[in-house]
Design a protein around this ligand. Structure first.
Ligand code: GUN
Ligand code: ZN
Length: 433
């Protein structure tokens, strides 16, 4: 067992949902977290922990904020180099920006470089766990798992499968989708911090045969996660309707294949029907809300109030590269902006909601009870926000009347430049240069 460390910091976390509990935001202004073997073993006021553990070395993080590591529930690894293709709606953006780059992932050496850029971007933004949309090429997915393991990232990812309407070189068959998925699962699922996610790209590009191959993997290998896209763009929804005349709506294309359950994360869901929301709530699956992407691609206003009213769990996704970067602080701010702009139809989001959406909500979506907050027994996955002296965020931090005010400012103006250090299971995985 490694020797313990006592972290001294102003920390905040949301172990329960502020959408349900008024007092969900827990803050300790001069707090202590005792960490041993990567696990939080005690938490409380620093002076109490110091008195109880006088000989333990202290890591002093005063002057900033310590938050649980961020959990990104929707982000595309092959798209890191095409961030910023602004001005196109989804299907045109896919054709002109995303898919040409995704085709380059056939080259495993190229894919390895992309994986490194991507993982550096995630960790540098304070993201410690991610549900990652992989590549259409098994070799590129393998490279990603290797790089994630080397970096120490908690990664949930898998082979993206499709058999129509993309580009020929990105298409597969149900048999190959099953065989390549099986090999990757046997090699990587449950290895260290890695988990496998069965990933048809979206019903537009996945025939019933591909969706059945996905379902067969889910049946044959317990504990896998499932992810795809849903109800993002009105033109996309119309094409899906034409391709699946027997389905009442988009969700039913996945439902009919048996793909919707507690371990399913569906990205976007900007235009859901009430029936779809009801089924998602009953299945206890998650909608990954990607507010920057929804704005950048003009997809629409996410109906958060309707999701909450129906009882659908919601977490945050950066959706790089439809999204504009890796920071879940920015996604939280954008969610706040858009809900504000929706007036009566929007949900006022306070700092507690933003922190929850960026951390514990994602951990719950992925069914990872050992991450997402700072509860004793949980892993020490953490991000230390410590702005450079002289920046506006530094001024707010030094003068904030409460930790909650400082947290609000972190969402309002924080960027990866403010991320000083990141830990996963007690290991420092990123230190600002
Ligand atoms: N739908 C299918 N593929 C994609 C993608 O790469 N990005 C987004 N935003 N939506 C998609
Ligand atoms: Zn996406």
């Amino acid at each position: 067992m490694t020797s313990p460390t006592l972290y001294r910091a102003t920390f905040l976390h949301t172990p329960v949902s502020p959408f349900t509990y008024e007092d969900a935001l827990r803050a300790e202004e001069d707090g202590g977290l005792l960490v041993q073997g990567g696990v939080i073993t005690a938490r409380g006021p620093y002076s109490d922990l110091r008195a109880a553990h006088p000989d333990v070395p202290v890591t002093d993080l005063r002057g900033g904020l310590l938050l649980p590591g961020f959990v990104d529930t929707h982000v595309h690894y092959p798209q890191v180099r095409v961030i910023g293709g602004l001005g196109l709606p989804l299907l045109d953006w896919l054709d002109q920006c995303a898919l040409p780059e995704e085709a380059r992932m056939a080259d495993a050496a190229y894919a390895r470089g992309v994986a490194r850029d991507f993982i550096r971007g995630l960790l540098g933004a304070g993201t410690t766990t991610a549900l990652v949309f992989g590549s259409h090429f098994a070799g590129a997915v393998h490279e990603f798992f290797e790089e994630a393991q080397t970096a120490g990232l908690r990664a949930v990812t898998g082979l993206v499968v499709s058999d129509r309407l993309l580009r020929e070189e990105l298409h597969t068959t149900p048999e190959r989708a099953y065989a390549e998925g099986k090999a990757l699962i046997q090699r990587w699922h449950g290895q260290g911090r890695a988990l496998y996610a069965v990933t048809p790209r979206f019903s537009l590009s996945a025939s019933e045969g591909i969706l059945e191959a996905c379902a067969a993997l889910m049946r044959d290998f317990p504990g896998l996660r499932f992810t795809s896209h849903i109800n993002e763009n009105t033109r996309e929804i119309q094409v899906v309707r034409e391709l699946f005349p027997g389905a009442r709506d988009y969700l039913e294309t996945y439902e009919q294949a048996g793909l919707i359950g507690r371990h399913s994360v569906l990205a976007h869901n900007v235009h859901p029907s009430d029936r779809e929301l009801g089924v998602m709530a009953d299945a206890r699956c998650t909608a990954a809300h990607c507010p920057c992407s929804n704005a950048a691609l003009g997809s629409g206003f996410f109906p958060l109030r309707r999701h909450l009213h129906a009882g659908v769990h919601v977490a945050l996704g950066s959706d790089v590269g439809g999204g504009t970067g890796f920071s879940l602080l920015k996604e939280g701010l954008q969610a706040h902006f858009l809900q504000n702009l929706m007036g009566e139809r929007g949900v006022p989001l306070r700092p507690a909601h933003l922190l929850y959406l960026a951390t514990q909500a994602g951990a719950h979506a992925l069914d990872l009870p050992h991450v997402g907050a700072f509860e004793p027994g949980q892993q020490f996955d953490a991000v230390h926000l410590s702005p450079h002296a002289g920046t506006p965020l530094d001024a707010v931090f030094r003068h904030a009347s409460s930790a909650e005010r400082a947290l609000a400012a972190a969402f309002a103006t924080g960027t990866p430049a403010d991320v000083a250090r990141v830990w996963i299971a007690g290991d420092a995985v990123h230190t600002r240069a």
